[in-house]
Design a protein around this ligand. Structure first.
Ligand code: PXG
Length: 453
């Protein structure tokens, strides 16, 4: 590849590259940051600045950067069989081995996987498979899928429709027969209720909506165990048991979107393990390969698999790269690393308690209304008034101000509105956690000083 200096890279990028979820005019004014290499939990930009990646890329580089084993697994597979498909009665060892490895680590009702290239495709697949299932069950009128406001399930047409982000629906529309209920965001919406009471209330909204739509029309409910891109919304303990009880009562399928929570983020293999969710489907991606190559999948529970496999003929669905051998080989090696190095156990028993103790202490900062966290993920709600939980005006862009201070001080935190998010790799050390929290504190101070001035 040609070697350009930073300015040339930025110019060419501005001329030719449309970025995801980006205001290009603002981007051009500020200039893009060009990331050129990474190791462990650190990134380097094209000017040589070292940055602690508090977001594990985009919630995905769970085993950290620079793992030679993953490079070797890809190289070996590329030499042996760089591509073949799984259509038309063919298969290959990497897809076979990965399907078994996934079944081994998943909750017991999961014995099948359908491979995709991303979380969005996994969620497109689930919409089609849910409706296909009810058709085969002789209930074709069951087409409605209920999701939550502010959920993120991806960017394809079906995935963005499942998502509850109005700004996405406004651009390109939404599939019919997708409904959204309130998210379990206690800090923002709980009012005078205690968290458990609020958890029950938001879960019971599912039953209310099922009754409004009609039980005979509702096919499934989808939720992330912990909402990620919506701002790390951790549901109260009462939420998932009640949701499950309602799904069981009405016989509707339950989809636990594990794209962020899966592969250890909450200190268990899956968010479903953490919350005891017995789902019918688990869309997976991100941590499946620690982001080293694009791969996703849909774990399909026995209830659905029995029908789709035994009662149906073809499921007319698939991608050229479903179960791509190189991506599967890398995902296999990633799972091996997670297992052999006991990375998830260490995240749960050592890193998470250390991180959360320090993170939650940031709740004392005058700018922070709530500090919350679970496993290896956390959020800070930046507010104008801690007592009344009053937010800043959205055009004050407080989250963005804080995010920019972070970047300029060598830390990546994601801003979701005025919530600051962290989701570091699981190979972070205690001293790197200290650095992360110290830098976050410094940037809160800088943001606070800027707002006050
Ligand atoms: N489900 C969930 C829960 C996700 O978080 C997807 C599905 C879609 O996955 P793909 O692989 O198609 O991107 C996601 C993705 C952000 C951000 O800014 C979050 C995601 C993707 C991009 C940006 O927080 N989550």
């Amino acid at each position: 590849m040609a070697t350009y200096n930073t300015q040339q890279l930025q110019e060419i990028d501005g001329l030719h590259h449309i970025h995801p979820f980006t205001d290009h005019k603002a981007l051009m004014e500020k200039g893009t940051r060009v990331i050129t290499r990474a190791n462990g939990v650190y990134l380097w930009d094209s000017d040589g600045n070292k940055i602690l990646d508090g977001m594990a890329g985009l919630w995905c580089v769970n085993v950290g950067y620079g793992r030679q084993e993953l490079v070797d697994a890809a190289t070996k597979q590329m030499r042996e069989l760089p591509y073949y498909n799984n259509f038309f009665q063919t298969t290959h060892p990497p897809a076979i081995e990965l399907s078994k490895a996934l079944v081994d680590i998943s909750p017991p009702q999961f014995n099948h996987v359908f491979f995709t290239n991303s979380g969005s495709e996994a969620n497109d697949t689930v919409v089609r498979m849910v409706r296909h299932y009810w058709n085969l069950e002789g209930k074709p009128e069951k087409t409605v899928i209920i999701s939550r406001e502010n959920a993120y399930h991806g960017s394809t047409v079906a995935a963005s429709s499942l998502g509850g982000m109005k700004g996405m629906h406004a651009q390109g529309g939404i599939l019919h027969d997708i409904e959204h209920i309130e998210q379990p965001h206690w800090y923002k919406n709980g009012g005078a209720m205690d968290p458990d009471e609020f958890g029950l209330k938001t879960a019971q909204a599912l039953e209310t909506r099922i009754r409004e739509i009609g039980e005979d029309r509702v096919a499934a409910f989808i939720g992330e165990p912990v909402q990620g891109a919506g701002g790390v919304i951790i549901p109260p303990a009462t939420y998932w048991p009640e949701i499950q009880q309602i799904c069981k009562k009405y016989g509707i399928l339950l989809i636990a979107d594990e794209v962020i929570c899966g592969f250890g983020r909450l200190g268990e293999w899956f968010g479903s393990d953490y919350f005891d969710i017995e789902a019918d489907f688990m869309p997976i991606a991100k941590g499946l390969s620690s982001g080293y190559l694009p791969i996703g999948g849909l774990m399909v529970g026995d209830r659905v698999a029995d029908t789709v496999i035994n009662k149906g003929s073809d499921f007319n669905h698939g991608f050229t790269y479903s179960g791509h051998p190189v991506a599967c080989a890398v995902a296999m090696e990633n799972i091996r690393i997670l297992k052999d190095e006991k990375i998830i156990e260490r995240a749960k028993n050592d890193l998470s308690p250390y991180l959360q103790e320090k993170w939650l202490a940031l709740g004392d900062h005058p700018l922070v209304g709530e500090a919350r966290g679970i496993g290896m993920v956390g959020a800070l709600e930046l507010v104008k008034d801690k007592d009344t939980k009053t937010s800043y005006q959205s055009d004050q862009n407080v989250g963005m101000i804080c995010r920019d201070f972070c970047f300029n001080n060598g830390l990546i935190m994601r801003a979701v509105g005025d919530a600051m998010i962290i989701c570091p790799p699981f190979v972070i050390s205690h001293s790197e956690i200290d650095e992360l929290v110290d830098k976050a504190k410094l940037c809160l101070d800088l943001t606070w000083a800027k707002i006050k001035s």
